[in-house]
Design a protein around this ligand. Structure first.
Ligand code: DOR
Ligand code: ZN
Length: 450
């Protein structure tokens, strides 16, 4: 389904300038971008008054874990997609460590079908690499709705893992498209986990899964990409050392991303938040956080993502080190980054570059990520004037909590629009959660990757 819609009088964040104006979506595509007052309503159009709001391309989160199939009590493609659009995310890419793991064509087709029924925004899925599924990976290459291959080089949530060189070589040598790696070195990880046994203080997490663990794997994956001339995307960079190394070594084949939480939290937040802030790779130190910002601004880091990884507070309540790693974030990432922008950390244009155009470029999503005529009518209108304190009670994710509980945010989406169809709405100063619009499956498609 597609819609016809006119946004009037908004501050439009275009690729090269921010300008007040009107934007028309016809049959789901951006038809016209015009100066203020340039477009008059037509029959059958939904009219949105953008006065006082900023109009952004819909944000894209290329790193979420929606737990479907397998763990609907944490999230499913319906609840995850709803949470996403509440946060202005009009497209997501979902990771393969579901139950069962998404490691073959059948599992991918099932996920795409489920998303078609339940999601309200655009979607793509990773196939998970194992030691023995190269033929499966080949069988989904180029399929609509399949964004790439995910390799866990170090153990994390679930049992997906490929760390031996011969298997990694085999995958890089015999697949196409893009490989996304969780870069932590399994050998070092296991020896350090044994060494840190007995430590129950949360600070041990970053000491155990240390920078060296991440740097070794980042270098190994990069060498494989270069040896086999294979596109590589290194997910959730956490250390200044990796970012610095990539600055002079990423070349044309390699891209990378950083999570909102690694740009926001450091060791003091880990101390305060405890297992809520537990994730892999860990939240590190102030100097890492600042270096990640620097490398984001200088273009080394291509995009900002969430690694939305919902776990229930009940599961987390066992404490460190047995609590599951990961935190929700898909619905807070855009407001959080816009809050950083309004606090002077970056510009709103930067946020659009990192959360809209960046992910579209990295994954080759056609016609997405910019307010340009001919591009998809995926939009979000955000309020940069009002500041409000978010609490656990405000969220859409099924796990019902946010690591940002108690934080003051601005940049809440007032409208989220997918292919010209409104899917989420708030009123300025109204309820924090706002209102879901449309039935499951009312909008969104399996994304085409070039
Ligand atoms: O903290 C994490 N949680 N890191 C991962 O790599 C996986 C994720 C999850 O799925 O829970
Ligand atoms: Zn992840």
């Amino acid at each position: 389904m597609t819609g016809n819609l006119l946004v009037q009088n908004a501050m439009m964040v275009l690729p090269d300038r921010v300008v007040e104006g009107d934007l028309r979506v016809a049959n789901g595509r951006i038809k016209t971008v015009a100066p203020q007052g340039g477009l008059v309503p037509q029959n059958g159009e939904t009219i949105i008054d953008g006065t006082g709001l900023h109009l952004l391309p819909g944000a894209i989160d290329p790193h979420v874990h929606f737990r479907d199939p397998g763990n609907p009590e944490k999230e499913d493609l319906g609840s995850g997609s709803r949470a996403a659009v509440a946060g202005g995310i009009t497209a997501f890419l979902d990771m393969p460590n579901t139950v069962p793991n998404a490691t073959n064509r059948e599992a991918l087709e099932a996920k795409i079908a489920l998303a078609g029924d339940k999601a309200v925004n655009h979607h793509g899925f990773f196939i998970g690499a194992t030691n023995h599924n190269v033929a499966d990976m080949q069988s989904v290459e180029g399929m609509d709705g399949v964004c790439g291959i995910k390799i866990f080089m170090g153990s994390s949530t679930g049992d997906l893992l490929v760390h031996e060189q011969k298997y990694l070589e085999n995958i890089f040598a015999n697949t196409g498209g893009i490989i996304a790696t969780h870069a932590e070195d399994e050998d070092r990880l296991q020896s350090r986990i044994a060494q840190f046994k007995g430590r129950t203080d949360i600070a041990a997490h970053a000491e155990c899964r240390d920078v060296e663990c991440a740097l070794i794997a980042t270098k190994r994956a990069s060498a494989l990409a270069k040896d086999h001339d294979h596109r590589l995307h290194i997910v959730h960079l956490t250390s200044g050392a990796e970012a610095d190394w990539l600055t002079s070594n990423k070349g044309d084949l390699i891209t990378t991303e950083v999570c909102t939480q690694h740009l926001t939290f450091d060791q003091d937040d880990v101390e305060e938040l405890g297992v809520r802030a537990l994730m892999n790779p860990p939240i590190r130190y102030t100097e890492d956080k600042e270096n990640l910002w620097r490398r984001l601004k200088d273009g080394t880091i291509d995009c900002v993502v969430t690694d939305h990884a919902p776990h229930t507070l009940e599961a987390k309540s066992v404490g460190y080190p047995n609590a599951p790693a990961g935190m929700p974030g898909v619905e807070t990432s855009l407001p959080l980054m816009l809050t950083h922008a309004m606090n002077g950390k970056c510009s709103v244009t930067d946020v659009v570059k990192w959360m809209c155009a960046g992910p579209a470029r990295v994954y080759g999503m056609k016609n997405k990520g910019s307010l340009l005529e001919g591009f998809d009518g995926d939009l979000t209108l955000v309020d940069l004037e009002t500041r409000r304190t978010i609490t656990d009670a405000d969220v859409w994710t099924r796990v019902g909590w946010t690591p940002y509980d108690g934080m003051e945010l601005t940049g809440l989406p007032i409208w989220t629009i997918v292919d010209g169809i409104p899917v989420h709405k708030r009123t300025v100063g109204g309820s924090f959660r706002g209102e879901a619009i449309g039935a499951p499956g009312c909008a969104g498609r399996a994304i085409q990757f070039r």
